[in-house]
Write a protein that binds this ligand. Sequence first.
Ligand code: SAM
Length: 155
Amino acid sequence: MTDMRPHEVFVPTTPPEDAQLRYIGRIHTPWLDRKECPRRGDPENGPDCRIEVFEPWVPALKNIETFDSIEVLYWLDRARRDLVIQNPAHTGDVRGTFALRSPNRPNPIGTSLVKLISVNGPLLTVRGLDCLNGTPLIDLKPDRCAFTDKPRSGE
Ligand code: SAM
C-alpha cells in the first residue's frame, strides 16, 4: 500500500464483494518499482513488454495477431483501494479519484492501448504498457477505435 500525501482522504471500506474476476495471465515489464514506472505507456517508443496468457485461455488468442493494436486490462494489485481524494505529484492539485487515472481506486483496473508486435504461443510482445512487473492480466480486446484487421494472406 502506498503512503498518503498531504490533503489526501481515505474512507473506511468494507471487504469488496466477490466479482469473481479471474487472472488470465501475467504481465512482464522492466519496472520493479512504481517510481520507475511510466505514468502512461508509449506504444511508439516504450520498451517491448511480454504478456503471458495462462492455460486454459491460450486458444482464446486465435486471430489476435490480425490486430495492430489491442487493449490490455490489468489489475493494479499494489494500489490502495480506499482513497477518495488524491494529491498526485504530477497534477499540482488535489482531485477526486474519478477525476484521475491514478492506480489508486476502489477497483484498481488499469487499461492501456498497446501496439501488438508479435504473438508466439501464449506470449504476446507489446509496446505501450505502464505497469509493474508481475501485474495480473484480466482481459485483452481488439482496439475499439482502430479495429483494423490486418489483411489476411491471399487477400
Ligand atoms: N494506463 C493505466 C490506466 O490509465 O488505466 C494505468 C495508469 S496508472 C497512472 C500507471 C501507474 O500505476 C504507474 O506509473 C505506476 O505508478 C502504477 N502501477 C503500475 N503497476 C501497478 C501495480 N501492479 N499496482 C499498483 N500500481 C501500479
